[in-house]
Design a binder for this molecule. Structure first.
Ligand code: C2O
Ligand code: CU
Ligand code: CU
Length: 472
């Protein structure tokens, strides 16, 4: 039970609002692992439905193969993967594979639109180290609403590296998809704020894997959690109310070299962290978020709230000790003379421009290793680059804390912050189909805080058309 909820309860009941605050714990939903069809395809159907976040109060939502969120897709390095994405919604959407390295036409960005009733069948060969990625719509100007209604899911990449980390899905390897919501009196999601204001919607009811007031029964001494911030704007400084320390073992794009001990991890929208937490038999502990919302532009803020509760069995199965080395990919320093590109974030523009689907903003030679400098001249933003792995070289002039030195694809920039990134590009050459870079605060992305880059054969940069037709 949440301490603040108790205080607010009489007040809120009196004005008839926020029924969710009275709710009893619900056991944490674990998104099912999606089995491929007999044709070897992963079938993902985007559909409308109803979800009982609160018993007896169905909420209209969207989901993938279900009413809210989608299944977990699990693939291995070297696999040829084929998706069959079916749009059963009444609106056009797209499905983007965030963190997955693939050709731009398979990326599911704003250009790969799926009309109502249509099917999209991207395929690619998995060629990246183990990581936790995710999928979500990316329709230009409508991503915030589509994600808010429930379209998102995990895509987990495995590789041959045996880490010795807990790995039984749903038991001691558990996804935690964090989202904040606002519910209306009737139980509907409040959608009015999603496309308004500086941040869009900022709720105080936490869903974890689509579960309100989630409770997870811990059965092992150690549990690995794959945490994804799938919120529209919230930044989570997540940790346990008893202040216990835990280990970060992976960042967005893969494992660290060695575990990093912390008591909080800060994740902005789109970011992931894998952590390993130890539990004592019979104990109960709460995961919460404190301070530092996007609204406060990186400053501490009052609306701390609880995310979920863990209840450990009186007897726990033994877990392996924390490995000293995790086998994550080493950081490769940028070569001397690496090209530097600068991106200034101001208001909801990047380098004083709004997104234009017909404009190519950057042309990158295949296989390039560059330095991207992100300079935030305004309130909190973050910066996500499609189809790359980057490292944070510097945050405000200093190296980031150890746990943030792993492979990344999204970086948080509090008000006025500056980041220097070492970015390694792929070799999927396509001079016409672009990848995106953008702020992952979805209201900002929808307002146009996004740009496009193409990856081309080295030496052809000057010959590439800077204007394209939308819809590749
Ligand atoms: Cu999570 Cu451009 O996306
Ligand atoms: Cu992405
Ligand atoms: Cu932003």
């Amino acid at each position: 039970m949440r301490r603040r909820s108790l205080l607010l309860l009489p007040l809120l009941t009196a004005c008839g609002a926020a029924p969710s605050r009275t709710a009893v714990p619900n056991s944490l939903r674990i998104p099912p692992i999606l089995e491929p069809s007999t044709d070897g395809e992963f079938v993902l159907t985007m559909q409308a439905g109803r979800t009982e976040f609160q018993p007896g109060r169905p909420t209209p939502t969207w989901g993938i193969n279900g009413s809210y969120l989608g299944p977990t897709i699990r693939v291995s390095r070297g696999d040829r993967v084929r998706m069959r994405v079916v749009n059963r919604l009444a609106e056009t959407s797209t499905l983007h594979w965030h963190g997955i390295r693939l050709p731009a036409r398979m990326d599911g960005g704003p250009h790969q639109m799926i009309e109502p009733g249509a099917t999209w069948t991207p395929e690619w060969t998995v060629d990246q180290p183990a990581m936790t990625g995710w999928y979500h719509p990316h329709l230009h100007e409508h991503t915030a609403m589509h994600v808010y209604r429930g379209l998102a899911g995990l895509i987990v990449v495995d590789d041959a590296n045996r880490t010795g980390l807990p790995g039984e899905y749903g038991v001691d390897d558990v996804p935690l998809i964090l989202q904040d919501k606002k519910f209306e009196d009737g139980g509907q999601l409040e959608e009015g704020g999603v496309d308004r204001g500086t941040w869009g919607v900022l709720g105080e009811d936490a869903l974890v894997n689509g579960t309100l007031n989630a409770r997870f029964a811990v059965t092992t001494e150690a549990v690995r959690f794959r945490i994804l911030n799938a919120s529209n704007a919230r930044v989570y400084r997540a940790g346990f109310t008893d202040g216990r320390r835990f280990h970060v073992v992976a960042t967005d794009a893969g494992l660290l070299r060695q575990p990093a001990e912390v008591d909080r991890v800060k994740l902005s929208p789109g970011e992931r962290a894998e952590i390993v937490v130890r539990f004592a038999p019979g104990e109960q502990v709460v995961l919460n978020r404190i301070g530092e919302t996007a609204r406060a532009a990186g400053d501490p803020e009052e609306d701390d709230f609880d995310l979920m509760t863990f209840v450990a069995d009186p007897r726990l199965e033994p877990s392996p000790p924390m490995p000293a080395a995790l086998g994550g990919p080493p950081a490769v320093p940028p070569p001397p003379g690496a090209r530097v590109r600068t991106f200034r974030l101001s208001g909801s523009e990047i380098n004083d421009r709004d997104m234009d689907m017909t404009r190519i903003d950057e042309v990158v030679p295949a296989g390039a290793h560059e330095i991207w400098e992100i300079v935030n001249e305004s309130y909190a933003h973050n910066f996500h680059i499609h189809e790359v792995e980057f490292r944070i070289l510097e945050l405000n002039g200093a190296p980031p804390p150890a746990w943030q030195q792993g492979p990344k694809d999204t970086v948080f920039l509090p008000k006025g912050a500056k980041a220097r990134l070492s970015v390694r590009f792929n070799t999927h050459v396509d001079p016409v189909a672009p990848y995106m870079y953008h702020c992952h605060i979805l209201r900002h992305e929808d307002k146009g805080m996004m740009g496009q880059f193409v990856v081309v054969t080295p030496g052809t940069e000057d010959r590439v058309a800077r204007t394209i037709e939308p819809g590749h």
